[in-house]
Design a binder for this molecule. Structure first.
Ligand SMILES: Nc1ncnc2c1ncn2[C@@H]1O[C@H](COP(=O)(O)OP(=O)(O)O)[C@@H](O)[C@H]1O
Ligand SMILES: [Mg+2]
Length: 259
């Protein structure tokens, strides 16, 4: 199938490395068992960016995030994070470097309270390579971002709504003071009010210096928060552009997205 390419997805990746590229994949391939799911995925996340990884159900969005994080048994290709090769790293090693992953199936500890869930995610403060301090998160700061969590610090995770659990999952990963957060379908399966709050949260995180790569099928949500977008189909990047260009490109949206 011929790809509709406005900006080749590899153009930036093949030029000399930018100092502000935090996360980069080149020629990323991944398998579940014998089935190859990702084919030569190239992508980059720069400092201060929110990037949307778009595509229909089954396109390979979650697999891409898992492959970046090192959660798949079989992957091949280059993955670089903050100047380090993490293509052979375990998920906990990537996390220790400041790469966070928020899965779509909200894995909070249902027996633990909000505060205890947050404590589990705590990691030491970090510095940017230039020596400046990276954003440091505490429960107090997170409760400003997620006021409804602040109203239930002692509530067990199992007694929260799906939307509250979603918020807690994001908050817990921020306790690791990540440079980049991989956010899998933040708008999926939660009430519109939570979707709205999640969009505000992402915009706020960006303003605090956290970069985000989010997977998304919801064009409206992606438009609200994203600077750039990659469009996946059948495990391949078919299109890469600014979010505004994707919004304006009806042909690509009709070909690869449900809008
Ligand atoms: N655990 C798994 N085992 C085997 N195949 C899987 C597994 N998870 C996903 N797949 C397949 O990989 C492809 C991409 O899935 P996924 O990355 O979850 O897509 P998306 O997140 O874009 O909806 C789909 O064809 C899906 O059926
Ligand atoms: Mg998915």
């Amino acid at each position: 199938m011929t790809a509709i390419i406005a900006t080749p997805a590899v153009s930036a990746a093949t030029s000399t490395a930018h100092a502000d590229v935090l996360l980069q994949a080149r020629g990323l391939n991944a398998w579940y068992g014998a089935a190859q799911i990702l084919f030569d995925v190239d992508l980059q996340v720069h400092r201060g960016e929110v990037v949307a990884l778009m595509g229909r159900n089954g396109a390979g969005k979650s697999t891409t995030l898992k492959a970046l994080m090192g959660m798949l048994a079989k992957r091949r290709g280059a993955v670089n994070f903050m100047g380090r090769d993490i293509s052979k790293s375990e998920p906990h090693q990537a996390a220790a470097l400041g790469l966070a992953f928020v899965p779509e199936d909200r894995r909070i500890f249902t027996d633990l309270t909000v505060m205890e869930n947050l404590a589990v995610g705590r990691q030491p403060p970090r510095r940017w390579p230039d020596g400046s301090e990276a954003p440091v998160w505490t429960p107090e700061r997170l409760f400003k971002l997620f006021p409804n969590l602040g109203e239930m610090p002692q509530r067990p995770g199992g007694r929260m709504s799906g939307g509250e659990q979603q918020m807690l999952t994001v908050a817990r990963s921020l306790m690791g003071n990540p440079f980049v957060v991989l956010l899998d379908e933040p708008s999926e399966g939660v009430a519109p009010i939570i979707v709205e709050q999640m969009a505000q949260t992402i915009v706020e995180l960006k303003s605090q210096g956290v970069s985000i790569l989010l997977s998304e099928q919801n064009m409206h949500f992606a438009e609200l928060v994203s600077d750039r977008a990659y469009v996946l189909e059948k495990g391949q990047i078919r299109y890469s552009a600014t979010m505004a260009e994707l919004s304006a490109n009806e042909e690509v949206r009709r070909a690869y997205l449900s809008v």
